[in-house]
Design a protein around this ligand. Structure first.
Ligand SMILES: Nc1ncnc2c1ncn2[C@@H]1O[C@H](COP(=O)(O)OP(=O)(O)OP(=O)(O)O)[C@@H](O)[C@H]1O
Length: 345
């Protein structure tokens, strides 16, 4: 089993180096009769070493499909990924090795575990498949149980149905860590838990990230939870990335009208901090036949003629690390304006 990186190897914050780079990642699902769901449509993003990248957006915007492609549970149609500078599935980084380094925790804690395996056997299974002896894998499983807050003497020999949802999710986290991954994708991993258990598991995830030098992609519908745990946040709309940036900047000063609308629907802890944007009207348009130009324009309160005709590209907005795909944003100024069509084309 490869060593997990130490804290010294981590590189936190906006100046960090990418652990994962997704380039023009695309996944379409053919439906028959020529119809195609454009679930993920040419997304570019980086996940920096040691950070938690939150991913938000309405249901159906492509968050889980992005996660499944990043995990290589499904293959992309187009685009590529670099993991620590190596092409995933290329000569220097086989898919098998990449799959060891990238692990995932899903929402349904029960479905993720084999009901016929004891907890320690579930955690030990992955390492034994990768050539670790059963004895060493069981020792590691018990150690991981301790690290996720479950006493191995009480839990190792139990079966999944004997555990609560929170305990099972701790087991799933231990199982994800058993192969010594560097990247962990958490897809709605705390969404099914009671609020008090959710808070405990979130704190556990933050501790484990520190302890094992992990990098997280954290997908959630809960914008408060995403703010709590993330360093940066990526906002998706209809299979595309519309905004990405440091969490506080993005939440305090959202630049894309979709991000503003999404956040305005969020129950804020601080009434002075609520945006005045109109909440999102209607459902997202159909990903089988997305609108021309900016996909958000039919629902956008700031839409201009150009927005219906020209697709905006993800570009740096304002001073720092923020990127926004909106014609109304001008790099460097931080102010909104309506460009003429020929300027934006
Ligand atoms: N296997 C599939 N076949 C056909 N369409 C699919 C498939 N998987 C996902 N989709 C469609 O792709 C789009 C994106 O789905 P995805 O699950 O990635 O969105 P999401 O943002 O994770 O949504 P949610 O928050 O509800 O989980 C949706 O329109 C969905 O119906």
């Amino acid at each position: 089993m490869a060593e997990t990186p130490t804290l010294d190897e981590r590189d936190r914050g906006g100046a960090g180096t990418p652990l994962l780079e997704a380039r023009t990642l695309t996944k379409h699902f053919p439906l028959g009769g020529g119809a195609v769901v454009r679930a993920v449509d040419g997304v570019d993003f980086a996940v920096l070493k040691g950070e938690t990248l939150g991913v938000v957006g309405e249901s159906g915007c492509g968050k889980s499909t992005t996660a499944r492609v990043v995990m290589q549970l499904i293959a992309q149609d187009k685009g590529e990924m670099l993991f620590d500078g190596e092409i995933v599935g290329g000569l220097s980084l086989s898919l098998k090795e990449y799959r060891r380094q990238a692990q995932m925790v899903f929402q349904d804690s029960y479905a993720s575990l084999n009901p016929r395996l004891t907890i320690e056997d579930s955690i030990a299974f992955g390492p034994t498949v990768h050539g670790v002896s059963k004895q060493a894998a069981i020792l590691r499983a018990r150690d991981l149980l301790l690290r996720v807050g479950l006493d191995p003497a009480r839990f190792a020999a139990r079966y999944p149905h004997e555990l609560s949802g929170g305990q099972r999710q701790r087991v799933n986290i231990a199982r994800a860590l058993a192969l010594g991954p560097r990247l962990v994708i958490l897809d709605e991993a705390v969404s099914a838990l009671d609020k008090s258990v959710e808070a405990q598991v979130l704190n556990l995830l933050m501790d484990l990230r520190q302890e094992f030098g992990l990098t997280y992609i954290f997908i959630s519908h809960d914008l408060n939870v995403v703010r709590f745990i993330s360093d940066r946040v990526m906002v998706m709309y209809l299979g595309e990335v519309v905004e990405i940036g440091p969490v506080d900047e993005l939440y305090d000063d959202p630049r894309h009208p979709y991000t503003r609308a999404l956040l305005s629907a969020m129950p804020s802890m601080d009434p002075d901090n609520r945006t005045m944007e109109a909440p999102l009207a209607g459902d997202p348009p159909n990903p089988i036949n997305p609108p021309e130009g900016c996909r958000f324009h039919p629902r956008c309160p700031q839409a201009q003629t150009v927005c219906a005709k020209v697709k905006p590209v993800l570009a740096t907005a304002g001073e720092g690390a923020r990127q926004v795909a909106c014609h109304m944003e001008v790099a460097g100024s931080g102010h909104s304006r309506a460009p003429k069509l020929e300027e934006a084309a």
